[in-house]
Design a protein around this ligand. Structure first.
Ligand SMILES: [Zn+2]
Ligand SMILES: [Zn+2]
Length: 270
């Protein structure tokens, strides 16, 4: 049994065959998925996209939030809508939120203020946060700002969070763990050049990690270059298993248990 802790199931690239994608996930043992609710961003009427999927599909949970890419589009009405949506039954986290200084689609000061505002809202809603963080090339800039903001604005909530699609160093992973975060490993852990990610996955305590696909992005080896989908989360589990002399199934079971306990979900396996 596997849990895909981060996927964009509403993405248009699934419109043609979404039912088949769910069927293949179930065939692969991926019975729990966290649908990320950023949609196409504020002003597009899609901030409820993950909730809709969670209502339609068993084993699917939802997040709400504004991605740093779209931070500059956020208006007061969007925050009001998020506050309302965050109270829906299937919503278990606020995200993905954070900083992306690689693409800089929104100005950095705006990314920071929208991130801080959403941390305050998540705290009020008592929801953990899902973090997206990407620095400029060969820079620590987004990491420095992220950890500073988490220490100043989030740590005292005690709610913790998930560092999704981890791409940093062992030191970054340690800093996140110290802040009570879980680290989620995506398909890029299978890429030949990603030794830093494998080092972090070998170091992190087994009960503090998740696996994810970030579907439809970042398909793992041997599907690299194709559309990603939740069934492929098995490849991240297999890679972590190799690092720790465990089977993909054992990593799948452990990370599923981690997911349930972190979010306080009932055990649905029999
Ligand atoms: Zn992301
Ligand atoms: Zn994502």
């Amino acid at each position: 049994m596997y849990t895909d802790s981060h996927c964009h199931l509403e993405n248009k690239r699934f419109d043609e065959d979404r039912a088949d994608v769910f069927a293949r996930a179930h065939d692969a043992g991926v019975t729990v998925m966290l649908a990320i609710g950023n949609g196409d961003g504020p002003g597009t009427g899609t901030l409820d996209c993950a909730i809709k999927l969670a209502q339609q599909h068993e084993g699917v949970y939802a997040t709400v939030g504004i991605h740093p890419h779209e931070a500059e589009l956020a208006k007061e009405a969007d925050f009001d809508e998020l506050e309302r949506l965050s109270k829906e039954a299937r919503v278990i986290a606020w995200g993905e939120i954070g900083l992306d200084y690689f693409y800089d689609h929104s100005p950095r000061e705006v990314q920071q203020s929208v991130f801080v505002q959403q941390m305050e809202m998540a705290r009020a809603a008592k929801l953990p946060i899902i973090i997206h963080n990407r620095p400029s090339d060969n820079s620590e800039n987004a990491w420095d700002d992220l950890f500073r903001l988490l220490r100043e604005r989030w740590a005292s909530s005690g709610l913790g969070g998930v560092l999704h699609c981890f791409t940093g160093s062992v030191a970054h992973a340690r800093a996140a763990l110290d802040l009570g975060f879980v680290i989620s490993f995506a398909g890029n852990i299978t890429y030949p050049k990603a030794q830093n990610i494998r080092d972090a996955a070998a170091m992190a305590p087994l009960d503090r990690i998740f696996v994810e696909t970030d579907s439809p992005y970042l398909a793992p080896v041997p599907h690299r270059g194709k559309r990603n989908e939740p069934a492929f989360v098995v490849e991240s589990a297999r890679q972590i298993g190799k690092l720790r002399n465990l089977s993909a199934e054992e990593i799948g079971r452990q990370t599923s248990e981690n997911f349930r306990s972190f979010f306080g979900l009932a055990d649905t396996t029999e």
